[in-house]
Ligand binder design. Structure first.
Ligand code: NAD
Length: 477
């Protein structure tokens, strides 16, 4: 039985959204030379602000500022001094955590309980963690020499968290950065720019340029950028790999996924159901490592699906700022269209759709939690990343069949295994071609743990000691 909750909206009075924003270059907000675009609240379609679209000339200014800061200040500073700035940034993020969480939910559409309890605490943890490395790089195994200027381009699903994954290790290693947030979620990156000012970070160490694909292209192809770090779709990742081929830029790519969440018949079923729900409905399924393919052992499939549907029916969808909300808005009209299209392909290919019966708000972008049964490996909904709250269910009989199906994908970012047997967890983890394998849990993130993919999910690792490799020249052996 579901109890009705009284609405418990978080106040948005804590955030001060300006009508328009410029670019953050050399420690100051400046007008761009290009045009501007609007960022909207995806839950209401309300225009939040106008944001500058950085031109090639603006990107060039930002790269010059980053180069100056690199040669004159940041690369000369001791690791212990750099760490002080990173600790300061981490503490300000904690102090301003509520403001950041509310702004993230307004611009992205994600529920406040996720931005408040997951995104922002993990962002602060990343800065604390890499601050700790800044004066210990000679023990990293990758040397202690920075690369120079890093050009970083990130997506919209975890706007501030992806920024932290990029900026914290880069700065700890002594690099300076030019970062572009996604065009639908620029606001927390711009607030982060204010935090850099508040922390007295030397001008030019962090530069934030807003814009869409063209701005991203200008960053990754700029001749004075030494390192390209990209998180986003596999399609754009491939274009970037082509653009930097033949240059001496160092590159890391964190791309898409189609993770298998594998449930054996000895798994604790209610716990597995929670993990499946978390795996695919956390952040509206806008998660590169989402458990979007459920592989369930045939003997428990009926029981598991019945319990899963019952659990899905209790998910609360609606106002992202309401503290009771489990499922917020889809980030953009464009993404909603893609989710609808691929779901219709699922219908046309003969899979059976089941969705939670709920009234969707009339304004904004919404898609109900959905699952497809009767899915075969050839179906597009089993092969392509939907990047929304849509689960494809397949069954298996033996561990080998589960492995074969799980690995039958061009991606290789993450996987989950649910079983009572520790030996089975280890044997499955060894055979799964995925960068991260969760056992009896899902979607857990920690700054000490490396994250990254195989195959079309990209290359390079972010997080942990391994994450330092992407920003250092390497050990002299
Ligand atoms: P996207 O590739 O469309 O955009 C990502 C970023 O790249 C945006 O900032 C965009 O403006 C920019 N961009 C677009 N074209 C560009 C170009 N030609 N050159 C340079 N930059 C360009 O992806 P998206 O729709 O924003 O994000 C969703 C994708 O991101 C999903 O596929 C998801 O799996 C992936 N993702 C991966 C990870 C990971 O760690 N592996 C994490 C989060 C998201």
């Amino acid at each position: 039985m579901t109890f009705e909750y009284a609405p418990a909206p978080e106040s948005r009075a804590i955030v001060d959204i300006k009508p328009s924003y410029g670019l953050f270059v050399n420690g100051e907000f400046v007008d761009g030379t290009g045009t501007a675009f609007k960022t909207i609240n995806p839950a209401t379609e309300e225009v939040l602000a106008e944001v500058a679209e950085a031109s090639e000339a603006d990107v060039d200014e930002a790269v010059k500022a980053a180069r100056r800061a690199y040669t004159r200040v940041w690369s000369k500073m001791s690791g212990a001094e750099r760490a002080k700035y990173l600790y300061r940034i981490a503490r300000i993020i904690q102090e301003r955590g509520r403001e950041l969480a509310v702004l993230e939910s307004i611009d992205n559409g994600k529920p406040i309980k996720e931005s408040r309890d997951v995104d922002i605490p993990v962002v602060a943890a990343h800065f604390f963690y890499y601050a700790g490395w800044a004066d210990k790089l000679e023990h990293s195994g990758y040397g202690s020499t920075p690369l120079g200027v890093a050009g970083q381009v990130i997506p919209w699903n975890f706007p501030l968290l992806m920024l932290a994954w990029k900026i914290a290790p880069a700065l700890a290693c002594g690099n300076t950065v030019v970062l572009k947030p996604a065009e639908t979620t620029p606001l927390t990156a711009l607030l982060f720019a204010e935090i850099c000012q508040q922390a007295d970070l030397p001008p030019g160490v962090v530069n934030i340029v807003t814009g869409a694909g063209e701005t991203g292209r200008a960053i990754v192809s700029h001749p004075d950028v030494d390192k390209v770090a990209f998180t986003g779709s596999t399609e754009v990742g491939k274009a970037i790999a082509r653009a930097v081929a033949g240059t001496d830029k160092k590159v890391t790519l964190e791309l898409g996924g189609k993770a298998a969440n594998i449930v054996f018949d000895d798994a604790p079923i209610d716990q597995a159901v929670e993990g499946i729900v978390d795996g695919i409905f956390f952040n509206q399924g806008h998660v590169c490592c989402a458990g979007s393919r459920l592989l369930v052992q045939e003997s428990v499939a009926d029981e598991l699906l019945e319990r899963l549907k019952r659990r899905m029916s209790t998910l609360r969808m609606g106002d992202p700022l309401d503290k009771n909300t489990d499922i917020g808005a889809i980030n953009s009209g464009e993404q909603l269209m893609r989710i609808r299209e691929l779901s219709e392909v699922g219908d046309a290919e003969g899979a059976e759709r089941w969705e939670v019966a709920c009234d969707l708000p009339t304004k904004g972008f919404w898609f109900p939690p959905t699952l497809f049964t009767g899915v075969s490996q050839a179906h597009r909904i089993a092969r392509e990343e939907i990047f929304g709250p849509v689960l494809s269910v397949l069954t298996f009989r033996t561990p080998s069949e589960a492995i074969e199906k799980a690995n039958n994908t061009p991606f290789g970012l993450s996987a989950g295994v649910w079983t009572d047997k520790g030996s089975r967890i280890l044997s499955m983890a060894n055979r799964l071609r995925a960068g991260v394998v969760w056992a009896n849990t899902f979607n857990k993130f920690d700054p000490t743990s490396p994250f990254g993919g195989y195959k079309e999910s990209g290359y390079g690792r972010e997080g942990g000691r391994h994450g330092l490799e992407a920003y250092l020249k390497g050990a002299d052996i």
